[in-house]
Design a protein around this ligand. Structure first.
Ligand code: T1G
Length: 696
């Protein structure tokens, strides 16, 4: 008997306890142990079997690390069908998160009990898959098609109460899974309960599956697995159970072979690996309970909100009482959103706004905070003044962080008496919503200060990425490159609208021009003016957007930018003035516009992104390629099912990407200078993933 499943007898009941930390994933040893355990219980003449998980959870799903390798028998659907076919009464006692194959195992048992805190679901779509162990056939037999599809196509977890209401489980009881499980089995035996194979329940009522398929495909914005789930559930309605299971397997295997499955599993493991840095092994973070925030504008208020929601006390400093009041208003507005969405109660809202948050105009109120995050105007002199004050009033060991999005943290650190305590914590707006946090490590930053930056990120529920110091760190530096590539394509013949459409079809939530309108065109305008004095004359920088800004058109906030926004409408319509400005600039430059296909637009855009990303990794600004992938996924709307730009590059073939870059360099060898790291990997026949593995 494999130790992954421990077999025990309690009277007439056989107990199969999963013991495969950390999440009782259904690896080969667990699957074998379940099959052996059921057979042994039958051979020993027991009356019932109880299955539960040791540790923090019932089975949390198939072992994702096995994906992409040759599957080993017993396959999970066969394990499920073997459990259901047992002549014994088989019962699950669930706790923690019974997900994917874990819930599928539970659905193959005859009765299900759970502790109140148990959660469950079929999140396979988040891995580019669908349930592949009979879940698409059993769940709709219990909940009906609509509810089953909602659970499968969103991949969202449901709580025990909702599961009980839906008929997914039969009972909720307080206590340890083993205890409540044994009591429930005994109760069922005493009541003469019979086996209740879900697979033998009537097929669920069908819906208009073609309409559901089309709607789900459209909602997936290029991701295909949710729509596949619709077809699998359709099989549950139209085919006998065994054939439905076979159809599910076909669809599952098709998805297993897709780039989207590779991309999403890369994202799953990378978002967990990105916070694990060898340099931080054994480094204790400093204690963190009270945070100071300097500046109560959009960013400062968002950062304060994120800290408050994560249980930290916040002292927010503004220049004047009026500004402090305005900041309080922004924070209460942010928290009001959380209240409205049911994320916090009214009592919690009151606690946060009256006790946890305090506002001040006096630097001395920061004397006891553990960490201060400055979010003032993006000007080096202003920042240095703020840091000088912080240096004077903050206690020894307090960490001084800047939220700057591009200024040199080394220079800021050097202006203080404690450079080792200075770090960059670059949040993304809105700071209490966006998950990305760039932890920008300056030359003098102490290791335990870096560790504290990551600890804060974890407390705030962020995905923290370590970044080195350069203009734009990781994300904005790469953004500047692919954004410039888009501008070049406009000058050469494409329109902003065609580019946005091509990139939303690729999977971005919004194209670069719509994003610019959302962020505000004045930000890019200020950056271009800041960089103009030192710009290389070979750089191609369009001026049509400057003309647009000179007319006071900054995008959504002024109602007009690349698009015109009617009052109250988020989506804009193309701004005809922009087309005139572009044509005028092309004429001025003597450029004859040419046609671009959507495919070329995507290839060029991605080539620019990958090339700059390879430079960022090659220079050590990002520790690993996966760090860049997580930055683009969590801060820049890169489509998760492509895994991230460097995972996508690996899947395209780095030689093809490099060939594109070299071809484009023939037109513009200044912008298209191949990244040395990319050339090296291609020459050595290696991939970005190889670098990730070497760094693990
Ligand atoms: N397989 C392998 N490793 C897993 C795993 C899994 N299913 N789930 C988690 N881990 C590892 C994770 O990489 C990390 O490792 C450690 O466990 C703790 O995870 C046939 C095909 C369960 C809610 O999608 O959602 O079943 O970094 O840091 O925050 O139909 O993990 O410590 O080395 O996330 O407490 C379906 C995925 C699979 C669940 C716990 N199941 N996991 O969260 O801890 S596909 C899932 C999660 C499937 C069948 C289909 C979460 C969690 P390390 P963690 P956590």
């Amino acid at each position: 008997m494999s130790e992954a499943i421990v077999y025990e007898r309690v009277g007439d009941i056989a107990v199969l306890k999963a013991n495969n930390p950390p999440v009782n994933a259904l690896g080969l040893a667990v699957r074998t142990g379940l099959i052996d355990g059921i057979a042994r219980a039958e051979s020993e003449g027991t009356k019932a079997v109880l299955i539960y998980g040791e540790g923090r959870t019932y089975f949390a799903g198939a072992d994702i690390r096995e994906f992409g390798k040759p599957p080993a028998e017993p396959f999970l659907p066969d394990v499920c069908n073997r459990i259901e076919a047992s002549p014994l009464l088989v019962v699950s006692a669930m706790h923690g998160t019974a997900l994917g194959g874990g819930l599928e195992i539970a659905l193959s048992t005859h009765y299900r009990i759970a502790v109140p805190s148990a959660r469950m679901g079929l999140p396979e779509v988040h891995l580019g898959l669908i349930p592949g162990a009979t879940g698409t056939q059993r769940l709709p037999r219990l909940t009906g098609v609509e509810k089953a599809l909602e659970i499968m196509t969103t991949g969202r977890q449901i709580g025990a109460k909702q599961a009980l209401d839906l008929g997914v489980i039969d009972r909720i009881a307080d206590g340890e899974p083993r205890e409540i499980g044994l009591a429930y089995v005994q109760e069922l035996l005493d009541a003469g309960a019979t086996r209740r194979p879900v697979g033998e329940m009537p097929a669920p009522e069908p819906i208009d599956f073609d309409a559901a398929y089309d709607a789900t495909l459209a909602k997936g914005r290029g991701q295909i697995s949710p729509a596949y789930a619709v077809r699998a559930v359709q099989a549950a309605c139209e085919l006998p159970f065994a054939q439905g299971v076979a159809r599910e397997r076909e669809l599952f295997r098709e998805l297993m072979g897709t780039d989207q499955r590779q991309g999403m599993i890369h994202a799953f493991f990378s978002e967990r690996a990105v916070g694990k840095l060898p340099e931080l092994k054994g480094v204790e973070p400093r204690s963190l309970s009270a945070v100071g925030v300097i500046g109560g504008g959009t960013m400062g208020s968002g950062i304060a909100t994120a800290c408050l929601l994560s249980g930290l006390n916040v002292v927010l400093l503004e220049m004047t009482a009026e500004a402090a009041d305005a900041a309080r208003g922004r924070i209460e507005g942010n928290l009001g959103g959380a209240l409205k969405r049911g994320k916090i109660s009214q009592t919690r809202f009151d606690e946060l706004t009256s006790k946890a948050l305090s506002l001040s105009t006096d630097y001395h109120s920061l004397g006891d905070v553990d960490l201060v995050i400055e979010a003032v105007f993006e000007d080096m002199d202003v920042k240095k003044q703020v840091f000088a004050q912080l240096d004077a009033v903050c206690k020894p060991g307090a960490i001084l962080a800047s939220n700057t999005s591009y200024l040199d943290i080394n220079e800021i650190a050097a202006s203080t008496s404690r450079p080792g305590d200075v770090i960059g914590l670059h949040f993304f707006s809105p700071a209490h919503v966006m998950k990305l946090l760039e932890v920008v490590v300056a030359d003098a930053t102490a290791p335990d200060v870096v560790a504290t930056g990551f600890a804060l990120g974890k407390t705030l529920g962020k995905i923290s990425v370590r970044a080195g110091v350069c203009d734009g760190f990781i994300g904005n530096r790469i953004l500047k490159s692919y954004r410039t590539c888009a501008d070049h394509m406009v000058l050469d013949g494409a329109t902003p609208y065609q580019i946005d459409k091509a990139l939303t079809a690729f999977g971005f939530a919004m194209g670069p021009f719509a994003v610019a309108d959302l962020a505000g065109l004045d930000i890019g305008w200020a950056t271009r003016k800041r960089l103009a004095p030192t710009r290389d004359p070979r750089e191609r920088v369009p001026t049509y957007t400057d003309r647009l800004c000179e007319g006071g058109n900054f995008g959504q906030k002024t109602g007009k930018g690349y698009y015109v926004y009617e009052a109250g409408k988020r989506a804009g319509v193309p701004n005809p003035e922009v087309t005139d400005l572009i044509e005028a600039e092309r004429a001025e430059l003597g450029l004859t516009p040419r046609a671009f296909t959507d495919e070329e637009i995507v290839r060029r855009y991605m080539a620019a992104m990958i090339n700059e990303a390879a430079k960022v990794v090659g220079e050590g600004i990002a520790r690993r390629p996966l760090d860049v992938d997580m930055t683009l996924l969590f801060g820049y709307g890169f489509p998760r099912y492509n895994g991230g730009p460097l995972k996508w590059a690996d899947m395209q073939g780095l030689d093809k990407v490099l060939a594109d870059i070299r071809a484009y360099a023939a037109e513009d060898d200044y912008f298209w200078q191949p990244a040395p790291l990319l050339e090296k990997l291609v020459a050595e026949g290696r991939t970005f993933d190889d670098l990730n593995k070497e760094a693990a």
